[in-house]
Design a binder for this molecule. Structure first.
Ligand code: GLA
Length: 513
């Protein structure tokens, strides 16, 4: 029966071939059979030399080879755009509500997730995450904020606060030694005597809480009380930073659930100013809870009996200018963060005139700290920065290295006539008052009947123009002080002024007799 034998043989070989084909087809078409399952909570914890642990969390959900989920950082979450797992690796994009997008390349290596993170402006960084049963950023029971009420003024910050803050230049690299050197330089440069009184340590001073819940400073600040004493001995005041959330924006310990305790600690140290930064509170509370959440810390600060200026930092959300003073705030940030570019500075400027009416003695719009001297703008642009912050009655918190300022930078930060406009007792915030092509005029009235004017050339080239004094109700012959040239002149429609690209003029017009 050779035929049937052949048939048997060919059936057997056909079966093998068929099964092999099936296997190849499966291998090619459904790599998920061999794909890793990334579902779960992946936590990266890196202990820093200051004692703080940096955390980043990926909460991943895999269905077939589709990957979704979120990335968590201390200050908030990114949503992962659905992506496809390729075997043991993935590339994903994650976005915040504000559209900030970061991409992650992940690969599974012996049950650890090795991730390369690409931020929009920065070198790629790597981290290794391990599976965890719990999410360190998850808060299960949220403490209800207090009932809202109108707080009366604390009597502080009658003029916009002036000082120096560590964040713009040093970010996380601020420590006890640098703070003391800045304090010395504020004194020796004449900054303190010009009014820059507050030395504010921003984020990353925080250490851990002890078993009683008391906050301690980290390795960078061995003794905060000693820092405060040093600053006070120099005739300065001491500012500190925290968040109403469990973590600050840099991922350090926040004041959530410890408000009264922290306020007491600050008072014991000798703190004179608190910047309170929303950050991770956004995981727990809605924007409409902000007022109550800020009020809670205001009340805690007041309960200590130590006067502390209260700075709200929540990036201008929920029209903070309408309730900031009632929540006990002396100043409130009106926008997201500044950076050391003319473009960003002017984006902020363009939002300030519309809210000018909300500023006044004891309660100020804060368009963020100064970048003057940090190197990203021209001298003319820094002069514009100073002129506009002064016309806006903005807090003047320098953010540069005051230990080694060039003469140009000193002449900007220490211009006493410009500072006098900023610190004017009437506290009326200036606003845009006119436009001549690329040139904008900003004006504010001053307490003694004088008025101040800033003329900004927004063009990328110098411009020459005559000023329409009459339209600004300045009669010909009015005495005008040029606050940058430190010279007097008489207003005349005939006079021409040349303004460099992105530069400014700043004038103080004498009150009519
Ligand atoms: C936020 C604030 C900044 C600074 C950092 C610190 O971004 O807006 O001014 O305080 O946090 O982490």
């Amino acid at each position: 029966m050779p035929a049937s034998g052949n048939w048997l043989l060919s059936t057997v070989s056909c079966g093998i071939v068929f099964r092999m084909k099936l296997l190849v087809a499966l291998l090619l078409s459904t790599p998920l059979l061999f794909a890793a399952d990334f579902s779960g909570i992946w936590v990266s914890s890196i202990k820093q030399p200051d004692g703080h642990t940096d955390r980043e969390v990926l909460v991943l959900k895999q269905s077939g080879n589709q990957l979704t989920g979120k990335v968590e950082r201390p200050w908030g979450n990114f949503t992962i755009e659905p992506t496809t797992v390729e075997g043991d690796r993935f590339t994903l994009k994650a976005k915040t509500d504000d559209g900030y997008t970061v991409s992650y390349d992940g690969v599974l290596q012996s049950d650890q997730l090795r991730v390369t993170i690409h931020e929009p402006n920065g070198n790629p960084r790597e981290l290794i995450a391990s599976r965890s049963q719990t999410d360190p950023f998850m808060v299960t029971s949220v403490i209800a904020p207090p009932a809202v009420k109108d707080l009366s003024s604390n009597g502080l910050a009658k003029t916009p606060p002036m000082g120096w803050n560590s964040w713009n230049l040093f970010a996380g690299k601020i420590d006890d030694k640098t703070v003391r050197e800045m304090a010395d330089a504020l004194v020796s440069s004449g900054m303190r005597d010009a009014g820059y009184i507050y030395l504010n340590i921003d984020d990353t001073w925080e250490g851990e809480r002890d078993s009683n819940g008391v906050i301690h400073s980290n390795n960078k600040f061995p003794d905060m009380k000693a820092v405060a004493d040093y600053l006070h001995s120099k005739g300065l005041k001491f500012g500190i930073y925290s968040s109403p959330g469990p973590y600050t924006c840099a991922g350090y310990e926040g004041s959530y659930g410890h408000e009264a305790q922290d306020a007491k600690t600050y008072a014991e140290w000798g703190v004179d100013y608190l910047k309170y930064d929303w950050c991770s509170a956004g995981r727990l509370y809605k924007d409409s809870d902000m007022r109550a959440v800020y009020q809670k810390m205001a009340e805690a600060l007041r309960a200590t009996q130590r006067p502390m200026v209260y700075s709200l930092c929540q990036y201008g959300r929920d029209n903070v200018w309408t309730w900031g003073p009632k929540a006990g705030g002396n100043l409130w940030r009106t926008t997201g963060d500044i950076n050391d570019t003319y473009k960003r500075m002017m984006e902020i400027v363009d939002t300030q005139s519309a809210i000018a009416q909300y500023a006044g003695p004891g309660h100020w719009n804060d368009p963020d700290m100064l970048e003057i001297g940090n190197g990203g703008m021209t001298t003319d642009e820094y002069r514009t920065h100073m002129s506009l912050w002064a016309i806006f009655a903005a807090p003047l918190l320098a953010g540069n290295d005051v230990r080694g300022m060039s003469d140009n930078i000193k002449s900007i930060l220490l211009n006493k006539e410009v500072i006098a406009v900023d610190q004017d007792a009437m506290g009326v915030q200036g606003r845009v008052a006119g436009q001549l092509n690329d040139v904008e005029l900003y004006a504010r009235p001053l307490n003694n009947g004088d008025s101040a004017l800033v003329v900004v050339n927004r063009a990328d080239a110098p411009t020459t123009l005559k000023l329409p004094w009459g339209e600004m109700h300045i009669t010909a012959g009015t005495k005008v002080r040029d606050l940058w040239k430190h010279e007097d002149f008489t207003a005349s429609e005939e006079q021409s002024f040349t303004i460099p690209a992105h530069g400014s003029l700043m004038f103080r017009m004498k009150a009519p007799k």
